[in-house]
Design a protein around this ligand. Structure first.
Ligand SMILES: [Zn+2]
Length: 455
């Protein structure tokens, strides 16, 4: 609309000028070098206007010709970049789709077309990895370390390679180097905690874990569990170095951090017994028993009251059981103590209750022992033991990662080396999940130890 008005206005101005000139006729005479040009004033204005217009057109043409080479160069550069980015995009899509051939071709093409090493190097490394060429990938990742903007990505690539190859020493060094560049990266902190713990660097792992919880890489609940595991390992380490005070302090910290965490309570109780503080040890076990009755706590309690006579010990176990009166572990603990004190009737009644709640190897093994102890009846004992063989397996500390059942709790799995993966559960369940060859051997080798443990 505005353009139309503007156009009409321009036409009106030209018409007005034309009318003005026609209404005021004049005469122009030019004499030059003997030539005489005579014309009207209006015609001269027209000739001047046409001459100016022609000059403007000529000037533009000349300029276009003058700048053409650089324009063409700029255009071809832009085309090249566009093609480069297109190749890069197609390469990244191919990596995501797992198409190694296309990825590699596009990576090479993008590298030739683009002057953007940070982008093309990563694509080249990824496509090399996709094609299974780890050596080439390592070369690209290593080259990425030389530029500050790609160093972190390069370290990440090398770290993942080291982890896959199982080279934890190299992985730890790379992870620490990467952490210096980007200290708060969640995945890196989580990996670093694991690597430091696996390397037995408990103190470093503890401080990294704190950071990992702060940035949300590890949930607070998980963080507490891992920290308790780290503190327990620090406690074992301190004891090995003869620093009993530190061993005690770390175990106490773990127990305070995670009340009811059996390894922590049992560990603290044992250290207290070692220091001659049996009353305090009993208190620790009783408090944990309220939350989590457990056979290892019963063992620690037995050590704490070792100096008592059998009848007094049976009484102490009744007191312990009163913290969780209906739990199968309470019945089993009292039954064992009662058998030691030859209180056969009480033992039988608790074993019967344990059997009702959860029949297991241990219950049958204790019943066999009861038959031998009370009546000297070997035949009945054999019958119970035969039933023990087909009873559900007793729980054990079992690795969540590899399914290996451990003899005792530890921060690191003795089979696969994973950190804080031991859970108290029935090994038969875990062995189901792992390779078939373990199933048989695991179940069979467990039986004698279970009976041994029940004695
Ligand atoms: Zn494991």
């Amino acid at each position: 609309m505005i353009r139309t008005i503007w156009f009409l206005a321009k036409v009106a101005i030209v018409v007005a000028i034309a009318i003005w000139l026609v209404e005021r006729p004049g005469h122009v005479s030019v004499v030059w070098q003997g030539y005489v040009v005579e014309t009207s004033f209006a015609m001269m204005v027209l000739i001047l206007a046409v001459a100016l217009g022609a000059a403007a057109v000529l000037y533009r043409l000349f300029r276009a010709l003058w700048t053409a080479p650089s324009d063409i160069a700029r255009y071809s550069r832009r085309r090249k970049r566009e093609r480069g980015y297109r190749a890069l995009t197609r390469g990244m899509v191919a990596v995501a789709a797992g198409d190694a051939g296309t990825a590699r071709r596009m990576a090479r093409k993008a590298d030739g077309l683009l002057d953007e090493p940070p982008l093309t190097m990563l694509l080249q490394a990824q496509s090399a990895q996709l094609a299974g060429d780890e050596d080439a990938a390592r070369r690209y990742f290593t080259a990425m370390l030389e530029r500050p903007e790609t160093a972190f990505l390069g370290l990440r690539g090398l770290l993942n390679q080291a982890l896959r190859a199982g080279d934890r020493v190299e992985a730890l060094a790379l992870a620490r180097r990467a952490q210096r560049i980007q200290p708060d990266t969640p995945w890196l902190l989580a990996t670093l905690v694991d690597l430091e713990a696996r390397a037995g660097d408990w103190a470093a792992a503890e401080s990294t874990l704190q950071q990992a919880v702060q940035v949300g890489a590890v949930t607070p609940e998980e963080g507490r569990h891992r920290r308790a595991a780290l503190l327990l390992e620090r406690s074992y380490e301190a004891e090995r170095r003869g620093r009993d005070d530190a061993a005690d302090g770390h175990a106490r910290a773990a127990n305070d951090l995670l009340p009811g965490f059996v390894p922590a309570a049992a560990r603290l109780a044992r250290l207290l017994v070692k220091a001659g503080r049996t009353r305090k040890a009993m208190k620790v076990v009783q408090r944990a028993w309220r939350q989590n009755p457990h056979t290892e706590l019963a063992d620690a309690y037995r050590e704490a009251i070792g100096a008592y006579d059998p009848l007094a010990r049976a009484k102490q176990f009744q007191k312990l059981a009163s913290y969780a009166p209906n739990h199968v572990e309470s019945h089993l603990a009292v039954a064992r103590a009662a058998m030691d004190a030859k209180l056969w009737g009480e033992a039988r009644s608790h074993l019967t209750k344990a059997m009702e709640i959860e029949p297991s190897h241990r219950v049958y093994a204790l019943l066999a022992e009861l038959e031998r102890g009370e009546h000297g009846n070997d035949e009945a004992a054999q019958t119970w033991l035969a039933q023990a063989a087909s009873a559900p397996a007793d729980p054990a500390w079992t690795c969540r990662a590899c399914g290996h059942p451990a003899h005792a709790w530890s921060g690191l799995c003795e089979s696969c080396g994973a950190f804080d993966t031991l859970e108290w559960k029935s090994p038969s369940l875990a062995l189901h999940l792992t390779a078939g060859e373990h199933t048989r051997t695991g179940a069979n080798t467990n039986l004698p130890t279970v009976i041994e443990a029940a004695r």
